[in-house]
Design a protein around this ligand. Sequence first.
Ligand code: NAG
Ligand code: NAG
Ligand code: NAG
Ligand code: NAG
Length: 656
Amino acid sequence: MKRIFFTFLTVIQLSYGVIYRLNDSEYLRMPPLYYIEDYDSCIYQQNGTYCYAGIDLVSDTPSELLQMIHEYSEHTTTHYNHTHINHGICLTKTCKQFIQGNKTVDRRLVLERCLNESLWRDYKLKSRVDRKIFCRTLDDTININTGDIAAAVFFTLIILLNVIGSLYDFYYVKEGEGNRFLLCFSLKRNWKKLMSQGTGDQNRERLKGFNGLRALSIMIVILSHAPMLIVLIPENPHGLEKTYYDISFHIFYNGTLIVQTFFMMTGCLMAYNVRAYAEKNELTWTMIPKGIMLRWLRLTPAYAVMMIFSMTCMKFVGSGPFWQDNVGVHIYDCYHYGWWNIVYLNNYIDNSQCMVEAWYLASDMQLYILGLFVCILAKTARSRKTVLPTLYILGFFLPGIITYLMDLDDVHVFPETFRYYFIGNSTFNHSFKPGHTNIPNFIFGLAVGNLIYEGLKDEKKVEKFKKLGFLYHLTFPTGLVFLLCGIVFYGDRPRPSIYIRAVAACLMRPVFGLLLALIFIGMVFKFESLYRRVLEWDGWQIPARLSYSAFLIHVSIIRTFLGMKTTLSRMGMVECAKEASAIIFITFLIAYPFWLFIEAPLNQAILNIFNLSNKNKRNDKAPNDKIDKIKEQSEKISVIELDDDGNKNKHEHMRL
Ligand SMILES: *[C@@H]1O[C@H](CO)[C@@H](O)[C@H](O)[C@H]1NC(C)=O
Ligand SMILES: *[C@@H]1O[C@H](CO)[C@@H](O)[C@H](O)[C@H]1NC(C)=O
Ligand SMILES: *[C@@H]1O[C@H](CO)[C@@H](O)[C@H](O)[C@H]1NC(C)=O
Ligand SMILES: *[C@@H]1O[C@H](CO)[C@@H](O)[C@H](O)[C@H]1NC(C)=O
């Protein structure tokens, strides 16, 4: 019996080959991957019901076509899974004869029966409709629950505070003194802060180029997310699958490495700031919990506001065939898993679609905590020399080991993974987003930060780097070529062996990190002036300040646009460029008010609340310099912003 079973298995395995390419005429034999009927004309019919469903293609009899579809779908690196299609159907029109006036029918069964008929007629295939289908009629109303009301009150309060704060500042505050809490909400002051240029500190001035890096990186992140508007609902999936053979698209597909820039910058600036601080103060372990707390307070308010918006207001924004699949799911998951985001552990849970992109914030927070331990406990040059390399080597091998043990891929930007927002892709889950696999570049960043600090004190220490000369100019082209080289992972061939994948997983991040380090060093010490001039351009300051706001809102904007679409999108370079520029523009357009009315005021208000409580304590008791000192310490080290305008509230500035 066992043997028969085994033979059976091998037969199945043998009979399932892999088809790498199909010509267009063969491709069109498959049922369309995405197909939607007109939404509005359906919904506005009497009793009109529109359903959007995922459908598995099945067959009761051996089907040559189904076999072909299976074999084509088997090459997951560049092909969608064509056995699972998504159709939006007007139930009350297309499937009329299956309803027959029965108003209490099971919509899923009707849809399945209806599809069974049409698929059989056109393709000699049958269907199995997903358990969960999204149907909508005009009568469906959205329930307003207490959460929505609470959110409405909350947002009204924020608007009121902003109005009152602004008016108060405008009419009553004469010499810049007044109620500090209300002044946090002053539009005039926040606008000034947003627009302020430069710092007095000479050394800080040398780090100015990080603004450019931050602004450019955030734009690239948005740019690479914008095509979601196309790749999630392609009219021509074949066109999309072909882009994997077009090298220019690999900037998108391998651009995932760009977030390493942020990890590296976090490390670099953290090390720099801790060293600068340690000049005049003593580092004590109590700074660790305080640093974590202040960092949490810095990042969370704006993030939480976005989350509250997602859970409540967003559901009233729109509707459309794709609404539930792209926005509804996000709202639902934020309700149920959103708290993982707020404690910055969402990168370790795999099934939540609540702000998937915020895995970065969680990872960054985890690395930040690691960095606090490293910077504060390894104070001396000698201890740094052992701790940093040890951690680096550990971080270097970890992704490879995980890839090897869990049989992961080295890349993960496959059609089928972005179709589901990367949910369920084990490479993304276990190798890309956890904090521990992103250690190497963060630790490398710490080392570079120390080097920068020492170099700025004494240029002799970095003299040897000057000799690299033209290598600095090569960093950008090398980086570009490196990203484009990713095309080798997407060829027409079986998966590479596990050893190749593991080695690639080890090397990708560190190589990119090396290039970044060269850019950092060349920029800060002025060994190189082409990129430095670009990065130090004053115009980057404002987008850099807005970068955290922009990061928080951009995917929600994309999801909302996606949900309101009523047609499929065409894939192509021009369309991608169009969507990308539109989304970047709109994101920054919304980031301005988001920063001015939410991020900046809330951050300052929270700091002030803490300051005030401190002050009260001081009034109650004897003057306590020590508490103040510790507070100041932790405040400073949690500020990894560059902008340090001597203002006491340093937290409001850019930070991603
Ligand atoms: C597509 O491929 C099939 C089978 O390989 C072949 O019969 C057909 O002629 C091809 N069509 C075109 C337009 O090349
Ligand atoms: C395609 O999707 C179907 C149903 O969702 C699944 O059973 C099948 O394993 C998938 N195929 C591949 C190659 O992943
Ligand atoms: C309507 O459909 C439901 C469920 O499919 C069934 O139980 C009921 O008998 C049907 N009613 C009529 C009038 O056909
Ligand atoms: C549709 O066809 C499939 C495959 O034959 C079958 O399993 C399923 O029950 C059919 N659905 C309905 C509602 O008849």
